[in-house]
Design a protein around this ligand. Sequence first.
Ligand SMILES: Nc1ncnc2c1ncn2[C@@H]1O[C@H](COP(=O)(O)OP(=O)(O)OP(=O)(O)O)[C@@H](O)[C@H]1O
Ligand SMILES: [Mg+2]
Length: 345
Amino acid sequence: MNTDHDPPGPEAAAPAVRVRGLTKTFGGHRALKGIDLDVPAGHVLALLGPNGAGKTTAVRAITTLTRPDAGTVEVAGHDLRRNPGGVRASLGLSGQYAAVDERLTGHENLRMVAMLYGMGRKEARRRSWELLRRFRLDDVAHRRAGHYSGGMRRRLDLAGALIADPSVVVLDEPTTGLDPRGRMDTWEVIGGLVSGGTSVLLTTQYLEEADQLADSIAVIDRGEVIARGTADELKTRVGGERLELVVEHAADLETARAALLVAGSGPPDSDPQARRARAAVTNGRKALGDVLTALDEQGVPVLDVALCRPTLDDVFLELTGHHTGDDGADAGPDAGADHGGEARP
Ligand SMILES: Nc1ncnc2c1ncn2[C@@H]1O[C@H](COP(=O)(O)OP(=O)(O)OP(=O)(O)O)[C@@H](O)[C@H]1O
Ligand SMILES: [Mg+2]
């Protein structure tokens, strides 16, 4: 068993992150209701959930930025309460909102972070350039970060999280707000970290992203983990593909629903305003053919048809009976507020 007094060796064998019963209340609002999370060494765990689910609160507690009300957190074998310094030294954080100093250039930002981690001037310089090149920021290294695009800031922040080469990296919505290219680049960087042996805890609102990056997923809703598994397990649980139809006339929506009910594997969900109906299907191509034939026979014009993979919203609807955007009684009045000025641990 590892303790805080062990030499560095055994750290490698400790789980990267182990969380038990993590609880946090803001005023009367229970943002975390006792969650458990495990990131085995070298793994990527995605904490997947909609706005206000508690992702940032969990990240802030694990990274020592918020004091939890109850529960235990261990990072690389260090207990958060007994040895917060050990926790901080083991991890790199990239928060939901990029923490860069807008007055400094990209290079100066990274050099400053490196020196805060105790590196000498020369080493800080070397490490800063290494990361600027890795994140394709070397061309803009001498431009003030205040003039960077959103994607550049995100990459600079991510680079800052890696300065001290931490064994555990925590990324809060690393790709939210990035364009497709920026998202692909970030996925590549995360993939690179993992192949280098780094353990990653990341949060996301996208099942697709969790699917791409994570070894396993914990789905969080209103402060509780409501499901765990691999992306495939979750998708199987919610019934594979979805067949979605948009009819030309609102009056035909019921007929479309009826056709989906016959061909699909679950009750259809519909949106009258968008004249759209959607249902889970087990054999997508066959269901697609059957539904289009049935509607054609009944003279129903179809504007659009698509076979889609399940989204986070589908997972939610299946697991909780409500959509991700539905405001439950439990959702805070100011979801998403108070994240300004994130600091590095
Ligand atoms: N400092 C705070 N004071 C009061 N309430 C807070 C505070 N921080 C978070 N909350 C509330 O706790 C709940 C969880 O918020 P949190 O930021 O952890 O959600 P999230 O999953 O990160 O959402 P998002 O996807 O929007 O970033 C929300 O209802 C939020 O309003
Ligand atoms: Mg958040």
